[in-house]
Design a protein around this ligand. Structure first.
Ligand SMILES: C[S@@+](CC[C@H](N)C(=O)[O-])C[C@H]1O[C@@H](n2cnc3c(N)ncnc32)[C@H](O)[C@@H]1O
Length: 228
């Protein structure tokens, strides 16, 4: 027996309850197609894809009770560090046919896998580009409601702020997954999170919430901020 419940806070996000337990899910924009081997469930003739917090830091932040994600039906989202499309595909499910996900990725090997995903999802725009230079893909990206940044690189907060200045609408929101070890292996993770938060604040972003992602991801935090 499969039971479906809407997430109490986030539209387009669901919980699927089965005999094995409860798990996050999104409505599959492309029924019958899996992106990364995830389980599919059909309830009232609508198909849903399981969304694991161990595979996606956005799902992990939801499970950790983050206040906001600002990914909703019809929104435009700029996704920095799209990799092979695991989390971007769930963002694509949520924004649906009226929204767009601009997916920036700089590694040619993974972008090949990303193209497999984006070719089946008409709301995803793949961009082979370096998120450190937003001007290089300015002609491909529209104004966006949200930016999601998961590049696991030093200076990721600066890079996010540069993209926010270039593409984020006023009062738009930005999320950043901070991997402490990628910023500074010698520093305590909490110090790294504090420093990255300050970079965002100094660039005009107001912090809405910060959540550490254990037990799903070690030494990671998710920050959501609003462009003032
Ligand atoms: C942790 S993975 C992203 C996983 C993905 N967000 C998900 O949840 O499915 C980080 C990705 O960022 C990419 N990346 C790192 N630096 C980048 C940059 N400057 N510009 C674009 N992509 C970058 C890496 O190649 C890698 O694929």
């Amino acid at each position: 027996m499969v039971e479906l419940k809407k997430h109490p806070k986030f539209e387009g996000v669901y919980y699927i309850q089965t005999a094995e337990g409860k798990q996050l899910a999104t409505e599959n924009l492309v029924p019958g197609i899996r992106v990364y081997g995830e389980d599919l469930f059909t309830v009232d003739r609508i198909e849903y894809r399981a969304w694991s917090p161990y595979r996606s830091k956005l799902a992990a932040s939801i499970e950790k009770g983050i206040k906001e994600i600002n990914v909703k039906f019809g929104m435009n989202v700029l996704y920095l560090g799209a990799a092979s499309g695991t989390t971007p595909s769930h963002v694509s499910d949520i924004v649906g046919v009226k929204g767009k996900v601009f997916c920036v990725e700089f590694a040619p090997r993974v972008i090949r896998e990303l193209l497999e995903v984006t070719s089946k999802r008409m709301n995803m725009v793949p961009i082979l580009g370096d998120a450190r230079t937003p001007s290089s893909y300015r002609h491909l990206v529209e104004a966006v409601d949200s930016i999601y940044c998961d590049v696991a690189q030093p200076e990721q907060a600066k890079l996010l702020a540069d993209n926010a200045a270039a593409f984020l609408k006023k009062n738009g929101k930005a999320m950043i997954a901070i991997k402490a070890r990628s910023v500074d292996v010698t520093m305590e993770p909490t110090e790294v999170f504090k420093n990255e938060t300050k970079v965002l604040e100094d660039r005009g972003l107001r912090i809405i919430d910060i959540k550490q992602l254990e037990p799903f991801e070690k030494d990671h935090a998710m920050i959501i901020a609003e462009l003032k």
